[in-house]
Design a protein around this ligand. Structure first.
Ligand SMILES: Nc1nc2c(ncn2[C@@H]2O[C@H](COP(=O)(O)OP(=O)(O)OP(=O)(O)O)[C@@H](O)[C@H]2O)c(=O)[nH]1
Ligand SMILES: [Mg+2]
Length: 370
């Protein structure tokens, strides 16, 4: 069992396809390192190998796995993270090889790492349940805790002659567990729907802040609403959605504004599904503020990732303003080029940290809402 009091050593394992350009490779490496740091781990070792395709059984190939097992033991690694979303059979195969040299080693894929971070950050009952659902989904019917509960009930998994029955049973229990969590979530989301309906009746417009994780969404939310939601230089500091109000002087009225969970590339589908009710606030909005960290070298890719996720939530045709944030850290960026390129999204350039150009942003919001 891992605890946070101990110092956790991580090894990151990546396969790099020959079609991938260097900038992308480095950005992917930086992102997984940020995820490990967000979790509270220390990256002690990195293994990146070029490969045309992943090995079906062990992802990295059996020879490489044995080689890494030596390193895992020598460098006292606690967790090996595969920088990809891989099959659970591949994870188990790797774990059993590493265990030969280092018992108690944990082997996670990228989804596991994100789920672990979510688990650590979740504070409300709803976020906790959503993560539980994502976890059950991700682990699948073969999940170990279900295995354990089955054997407690006298169904030894893998017992001779029981194979077929057990598989069926596992699937049924898995489905039942998911259904029960979903039911609890539905109750919570119907409360949320009622609150949304209440806000709609008040007749104030609703604006939703969306964007890649760590772009500065909560900082902007706090600035506009004078609230104090958690801001952190970490991925997925926000997991729930918060609602606040701010004043639109020209319209002489207030507007609701919501802050929510940030997006990330290759967001595991089990997570999108789990967070649908949190994202419901966003789906009902009159206007989206897509916050972009303009100091980020990968901003183009990240804009595209957010666009794709909005599309999967059927929100691609909502009114949008692109809010290029952190202008204080990007003095050399070509704003004319960005303005021209994203003309249709009424780009604004602000600093949510020092308040630069916030009146202009509020003006742009009013113009869109009118
Ligand atoms: N320099 C600078 N830093 C900023 C600005 N806005 C936000 N930050 C910093 O960026 C980091 C992330 O800010 P958050 O507001 O937590 O970002 P977020 O988009 O809500 O992140 P998640 O909730 O984790 O997805 C924090 O360290 C902020 O202090 C800005 O305008 N300039
Ligand atoms: Mg946030």
């Amino acid at each position: 069992m891992l605890t946070f009091t101990q110092h956790l050593n991580f090894m990151i394992v990546s396969l790099i396809s020959h079609t991938e350009d260097r900038v992308t490779t480095r950005a992917n490496a930086d992102e997984i390192e940020s995820l490990v740091k967000t979790y509270g781990g220390v990256v002690c070792a990195n293994s990146a190998q070029n490969a045309a395709r992943a090995d079906g059984a062990t992802y990295i190939g059996t020879g490489k796995a044995y080689e890494l097992a030596e390193q895992v033991a020598a460098e006292e690694i606690n967790v090996v993270v595969i920088n990809d979303n891989i099959k659970s059979s591949q994870l188990y195969a790797l774990k059993s090889i590493f265990e030969q040299k280092k018992p108690n080693i944990q082997v996670w894929d990228r989804t596991d790492l994100i789920l672990q971070i979510f688990e650590k950050h979740a504070s409300t009952a709803e976020a906790k349940l959503q993560i539980k659902l994502a976890n059950v989904r991700h682990k699948g019917p073969e999940a170990r805790d279900i295995n354990a509960s089955l054997s407690k009930q006298g169904f030894g998994v893998g017992a001779r002659g029981q194979g077929e029955t057990n598989t069926t049973l596992l699937r049924r229990m898995w489905k039942e567990e998911m259904r029960s969590i979903q039911k609890q979530l539905e109750t919570m989301s119907s409360n949320r729907a009622q609150q949304m309906e209440h806000r709609r009746r008040i007749g104030l417009p609703t604006i939703s802040i969306v964007g890649y994780t760590n772009a500065g969404k909560s900082t902007l939310f706090n600035l506009l609403t004078k609230k104090n939601t958690k801001v952190e230089n970490a991925l997925f500091a926000t997991l729930d959605s918060s609602v606040g109000k701010f004043y639109l002087p020209h319209m002489r009225r207030e507007a609701f504004i919501t802050d929510t969970i940030g997006f990330i590339q290759n967001l595991p589908t089990e997570l999108i599904d789990a967070f649908k009710s949190t994202l419901m606030e966003t789906v009902g909005a009159d206007l989206l503020l897509h916050v972009i960290d303009m100091s980020d070298e990968q901003l183009w890719d990240k804009i595209a990732v957010v666009g794709e996720i909005l599309k999967s939530l059927k929100m691609q045709s909502k009114k949008k303003i692109y809010v290029f944030n952190k202008i204080d850290t990007a003095p050399n960026i070509n704003m004319d080029q960005l303005s021209e390129q994203f003309f249709e999204f009424h780009p604004q350039f602000i600093s949510a940290k020092n308040g630069q150009s916030i009146p202009q942003l509020v003006e742009a919001i009013q113009k869109e809402l009118r």
